[in-house]
Design a protein around this ligand. Structure first.
Ligand code: PGA
Length: 246
């Protein structure tokens, strides 16, 4: 029986980005109508840079692809420079040949968060489910905005962000953690689990403790990423620094 989760360790963050971008490009070639789940954060920046490069040289084609991002802040419009939608426009969508009508995002300014969660779940279902979901991991073990807690939500839902998560997003809000919205919408653990394949990417020494727990620790709601040990098709892609405790 193969070891789960499968772990790949690459020399550095650039090598991780190249490997993952090549995997996405291969998946797009095999299935141009691929449904991708995408993360935000500092970690995927190099991945998006590499994907833009591959799109420009014709190696990665997004024309028929569909995307669903994992999460979005509540209380700011999509056009706010701190929104995850703006982040994705800046770093990927504005630079590749993706059809805007196939970009799916949670609406953080929707008046009814519960209804917005249902809408998103239905849209994922209608698209045929997520083929390849790329995840980052928070230093506290969160995936998407599923924060450590006594219980985890299965489906797309409203979350209150932990202080440490707001701090790590401060750069999007002029460096001020208090300016980061206190709440967000996030895919749930079940939404994440329904993806046919998952790649979790982590780079840098800061991530070494949560990566160790994710790979070797018990499965616990206090480290939401640990549930990925149960997913049948998950790969953990690391640089040496993030893998140093394995
Ligand atoms: P980071 O965030 O890539 O900025 O470390 C990852 C996450 O919180 O999921």
């Amino acid at each position: 029986m193969p070891l789960r989760p499968a772990v790949s360790i690459l020399p550095d963050a650039n090598a991780v980005a190249r490997r993952l971008a090549a995997r996405v490009a291969d998946a797009l070639r095999a299935n141009p109508s691929l449904v991708l789940g995408l993360p935000t954060g500092r970690t995927p920046l190099l991945l998006y840079e590499e994907l833009v490069r591959l799109a420009k040289d014709g190696t990665a084609g997004f024309a028929a692809a569909t995307t669903f991002n994992l999460d979005e802040f509540i209380g700011i419009p999509a056009t706010h420079p701190g929104s995850y939608r703006s982040f994705m426009q800046r770093h990927l969508f504005d630079h590749v040949n993706i059809d805007p009508s196939r970009i799916n995002f949670l609406d953080g300014s929707a008046p009814d968060a519960e209804a917005e969660g249902c809408r998103y779940e239905k849209a994922i279902e209608k698209a045929g489910g997520i083929d390849l979901l790329i995840l980052g991991i928070g230093t506290n073990g969160h995936v998407g905005f599923n924060e450590p807690s006594r219980g985890l939500a299965a489906r797309t839902h409203r979350v209150t962000l932990k202080a440490e998560t707001r701090r790590s997003n401060a750069a999007l809000f002029g460096g001020d953690p208090d300016a980061v919205p206190a709440e967000a919408l996030s895919m749930g653990m079940g939404t994440i689990f329904d993806a046919r394949s998952v790649v979790l990417v982590a780079t840098g020494e800061r991530k070494a403790p949560c990566v160790e727990q994710l790979v070797s620790g018990p499965i616990t709601t206090e480290l939401p990423a640990s549930f990925l040990q149960l997913h049948a098709n998950v790969e953990i892609m690391l640089d040496k620094a993030a893998a140093q405790k394995l």
